[in-house]
Write a protein that binds this ligand. Structure first.
Ligand code: FMN
Length: 193
């Protein structure tokens, strides 16, 4: 299973709407992917900090990441970077297994003109440091309030095309890594033998 991480806990966020739209793209391509909504995770993070001593509420989310075939991180720009809760969530994930050899792709969004380039590049540093397989094709959505409507539809045809293409190519990328036994799940099970 691949997971979309909806990178904010803001109520009514465009990020969650966009995550649901991306989920529908994968569905149309024949693949079910699940969303990890940080607004849902937040209560368990706030009873912490845990850092390795997880309570039962947080554990299922940590397990999802640990067994994921791939991650699609959808990240809004907050003050020139990622929302604090996304970094806080990342800091709770099991080290090093959560990201090592794990395929990941990124979608950025912002109200301004850089489309989430800054938080995505910050995320690439983090995931690069943590030895993830970073898919190179990123999608950036500027003036997100004009591109994502209140129903969560993406009204810009170019962006719709870019998101669909990213999903197609990311699916091929993850399949190729799995066939080569290079994906995180294969590497972790080979190490256990
Ligand atoms: C706390 C906060 C900080 C933000 N900082 C920026 C920013 O630095 N640059 C920018 O272009 N947009 C900024 N925005 C707007 C969001 O990036 C934009 O609305 C985004 O596309 C979707 O955010 P949402 O998922 O919270 O709706 C900020 C929004 C919030 C709530």
């Amino acid at each position: 299973m691949k997971y979309i991480i909806s990178g904010t806990d803001r109520v009514g966020s465009s990020t969650l709407k966009l995550s649901k739209y991306i989920q529908s793209i994968y569905k149309n391509q024949g693949e079910d992917v699940e969303i990890i909504d940080l607004a849902e995770v937040k209560p368990y993070l706030h009873t912490g900090p845990h850092y390795g001593k997880e309570d039962s509420g947080l554990q299922p989310y940590l397990e999802k990441i640990l067994h994921s075939e791939g991650l699609i991180v959808v990240c809004p720009e907050y003050n020139g970077s990622m929302p604090g809760i996304l970094k806080y969530f990342i800091d709770h994930l099991k080290f090093p297994e959560s990201f090592e050899y794990r395929p990941v792709c990124f979608v950025g969004l912002s109200a301004g003109m850089f489309g989430g380039l800054r938080p995505v590049e910050h995320l690439q540093q983090i995931f690069g440091y943590r030895n993830a397989f970073i898919f190179p094709e990123r999608v950036f959505i500027m003036a997100s309030h004009k591109v994502i409507d209140s129903e969560g539809q993406v009204v810009d045809e170019t962006i719709r095309g870019l998101l669909a293409q990213q999903a197609t190519q990311f699916r091929k990328f993850t399949s190729a890594l799995t066939m080569a036994n290079l994906d995180a799940n294969s590497v972790i099970s080979a190490k256990k033998k």
